[in-house]
Design a protein. Structure first.
Length: 217
């Protein structure tokens, strides 16, 4: 598979065309403030330098907040995904529940925000023929969304991630990605952005990831 994913940024589009023709869009920031520490190996020595502290994941406040950072769509997006909250479609893997709130830049919850998710399976393979591990859903009146999926696998050049597009009704699309903390490849993936890290927790049946999105409406 490609070692990098081609850059693509989308502009505004109507809701009908968004679902049917172009897919979906706009994005994210966790409510919990988290810091990530990573160490870098010195070339040719096999040793590590002192850990460097990455910037904190932003938190939505009551002011004029910046939107969630946009990221590349990559080559594996397929428009017209089915509406559903469970995108596993029979795929086996570690159960993952992804939750969060969609806010506008004034930190007000966005009702009926459209979120479109796609990811690879446990073996690092995307379904490019059908809609396995692909689907879209809408946030509630409180801006909340919940997605049921599996933990994605790895493939060359990338760390573990989930793609997502978020769009408020009749607003601009934002495309971004969601990342997992404490992944070794976070240190080498050139696309990785620590501001898009989910807050993770483990339960008896699987894992839960939380990431909020701040979008323009």
């Amino acid at each position: 598979m490609p070692e990098d994913e081609q850059e693509q940024l989308e502009s505004g589009i109507s809701r009908k065309n968004f679902i049917v023709a172009a897919g979906i869009g706009a994005l994210a920031v966790p409510t919990a403030v988290t810091a990530v520490t990573t160490a870098t190996a010195e070339a040719g020595t096999g040793t590590s330098t002192q850990p460097r502290r990455l910037e904190y994941t932003p938190k939505c406040t009551d002011g004029d907040d910046e939107p969630t950072p946009a990221q590349t769509e990559g080559p594996y997006f397929t428009p017209g995904s089915p509406e559903r909250t469970d995108i596993r479609a029979g795929k086996q893997g570690t159960l993952l529940t992804v939750t969060g709130i969609v806010y506008d830049i004034n930190c007000k919850p966005v009702n009926r925000a459209l979120l479109d998710f796609w990811q690879c399976d446990n073996a690092g393979v995307y379904d490019n023929v059908g809609y396995v591990l692909r689907g879209h859903l809408f946030s509630g009146a409180d801006g909340r969304y919940t997605l049921t999926t599996i933990v994605p696998g790895l493939y060359p050049g990338r760390t573990r991630h989930i793609h997502v597009k978020v769009q408020a009704p009749n607003a601009r699309i934002l495309t971004t990605q969601m990342y997992f903390p404490n992944e070794p490849r976070n240190n080498t993936d050139t696309i990785f952005d620590p501001r898009l890290l989910m807050t993770m927790s483990d339960g008896p049946t699987g894992r839960t990831g939380t990431l909020d999105f701040v979008i323009r409406t």
